[in-house]
Structure formats: structure tokens, C-alpha cells
Design a protein around this ligand. Sequence first.
Ligand code: SF4
Ligand code: SF4
Length: 386
Amino acid sequence: MNENPVVLARCGSYDPDTLEEALGASLAALHLGEDFFRGKRVLLKPNLVLAKKPEQAATTHPAMIHALADILFDAGAASVTLADSPGGPYSAAALGHVYRVCGMEEADPRVRLNDDFTFRPARADGVKLKIFRMISAALDADVIVDVCKFKSHSLTGMSCAVKNLFGLIPGVEKFEMHNAFPELSDFSEMLVDLCETVIREKPFLAVCDGILSMEGNGPTHGVPVETGFLLCSWDPFALDVMAEHMMARDGRILYLDAAARRGLVSRDWREIPLVDEKGDAIADPPVFPLAYPDADAGHFLRNLPNFMGGQFTKLFEPRPKIMQKKCVGCGKCFESCPRHTIRMVVGKKKKARIDPEKCIRCWCCQELCPIGAVGVKQNFLIRLIH
Ligand code: SF4
Ligand code: SF4
């Protein structure tokens, strides 16, 4: 049995009063202790993966930030800073645009939007990561509150509390991580290293915004879906096992396998204590079977023996394709490709092209294309099987 509880609260809207009531009761049910926030510099780590409007469900809703600010200042927090490092440059210009479009500028005047774009080395002593760079805003905080979204994700299958912490790695260093760990199994171990490091170093709380979630081609180009709940826990692994079940993806998320192998969490959601905001046990949480990302069509190939040196999997796995008619030639995919396998072709109009040979299926190009012009090319046979 996992010891760390997860609180599930129904919350059907971002109405400030409704949200604050549900969040406040959820945190009370966790019994964090009076001094958890008192006098502390709190970092809110939202999911600001791309400059998207709140109603597109890719990013943490600003109402979550406002409600949390009320609760944190009431609990005596000394300061509350909001910081994230989306893909691309970690700079004032890039983040200013993201803050604006995502509604963070209007979220709450008491919350400081991070303007320190420095980063420093952090020791991990993990399976894959020994030392890595983390944004200074996180290193300087006393408490980290991971304000994640309940989303489908083309690479990892799900984005929730654990994956959201990848945004503590500064800007383009994230592409280096994809480059260093091209296999999803290795990338998953790295995510667990990162998450373990964060929760070992600081008091930690995860709050999942599952009011408006994203299915399909998340984390940025999926479809918003109303799910109407919040999940809270001080254990990001326990929260994610519960989220995996509530997304109807039991056993599918590799980083949770990695966490379970290390004894960090049970792989069975039934072994995680789940309570409502009054503290009463929930035996049967609601399940929202979110549509899978298109990139997931070859999921089962990962479990096949690695014969032909992985060429078989490479041949049949879905891969990204640029929708030429849609592409506006902005070059964001070109800048974000860890394998430099995208080139910009200048004809009548500038367009992106992918060299499939060197592609590692990290899906960064799809995630960061601002207009959703990166689709999925599926092998005919896999399409039939799927
Ligand atoms: S990011 Fe999207 S629109 Fe921009 S060049 Fe790449 S595919 Fe085209
Ligand atoms: S083309 Fe896209 S999926 Fe392939 S390596 Fe580059 S960014 Fe990753």
C-alpha cells in the first residue's frame, strides 16, 4: 500500500469562488501543517508549454493561479513566484509573450511573474542524471507547487505532475535531454530522476487542473474536454498513477513503471489512498477515457523484442510529417529539433521538411509548432492493426 494520499475534488468550473472552495478543502484534507507555507518563498510551477489561450486547455488556467495565491497568502506565504521554462529560448521576450497569451499577466497581481532567466547546476545522483541545470527560480524557492494539467501527451502518453517538472530545465537544454535520451525508456528514467531530485530537495505539493483537460494530440494540439475535477497530493508519482487510471491508460505510462521499479510508488492505483475533499475514502474514482494521441498508434511495438537492431520498430512506428499546405515556414520546428533533422526549404514559400532517417520521434516539432502543422504519418499496416 502506498502511504501518500491523493485528494480528488469535483470542481466543474473556473469560477473563482467555486475553485477556491474546492482547492482550499483539498489542501486541508492533505493536512499539510500550519508551517508548510508560513514565511516561505513559494514557487508556482504551471504548465505553460506554449503560448495558448486558457480555453485551449494546453496550459494551466489563470484562475488556478489566482485561487492558489489566495490560499497561499492566507496560509502566510512570504512571496509567490510563478515560473516555467517552455520549449525554446528561456528569455524575457519569449516568456513575456507566453505570460500574455496564457493569461498569466492578469492572473493575480500579488504573484510575481519570474523575470530571472538564469539557471544553475543541480545534483541529481539519479539513474540517468547525475547533474543537470535547473532554473534559478526553482532552486531559490523554499516550497514548490507543481500546478499541472490533466493531458494526453504524444511522447510520454500523459502529462501530469511528473512530466510538468521537465519545465524546470531551462529552454533549449530540454532538447539536449531528448538528444541524450532518444529512447522513451531512458527519457522516462530521466524524468523520474528529475522528479525525485525536486521532491527530495524541497517541500512539494502537486495540484492537477483537471477541470478542462486535453485529449488526443497533447500536450499542445489536442482537443479540450470537460472533466471537472482537481487532484492534489504531495506525492507526484501517486498523483500520476491515479491520473493514469482516471485517463483510462492503466499500465501505459513508462515513467510510472520506472518510478515503481525504484519503489517510489505502487503500480496499482487501488493501493493509493484516495480521499475526497472532506477526507472520506473514494473506492471508485471516475474515469475519463481520453482519446489517445495519433503518435500512440505504434505503442505495442515498444514491447516487441528489439530484433533487426530496432529497425523493425523504426520502420513501423508513427513519425511526424509536416502538413505542407498548413506550414507557414516560421521555423519553430527547425529550431526545436534535437537531431537537426528538419530543414527549411525555400521555394515559392518557405516550408519545413523532415529527414525521417535521423528522427528520434521525440515529437518536439509537433509540440512546438504554433499552428498545429505537424501531423503523424502512420504505416499502413499499423493503421490497419490499430
Ligand atoms: S513550426 Fe509548424 S508552421 Fe513553423 S515551420 Fe515548422 S511546421 Fe511549419
Ligand atoms: S523531426 Fe520532430 S520528432 Fe523527429 S527528432 Fe526532430 S523534433 Fe523530434
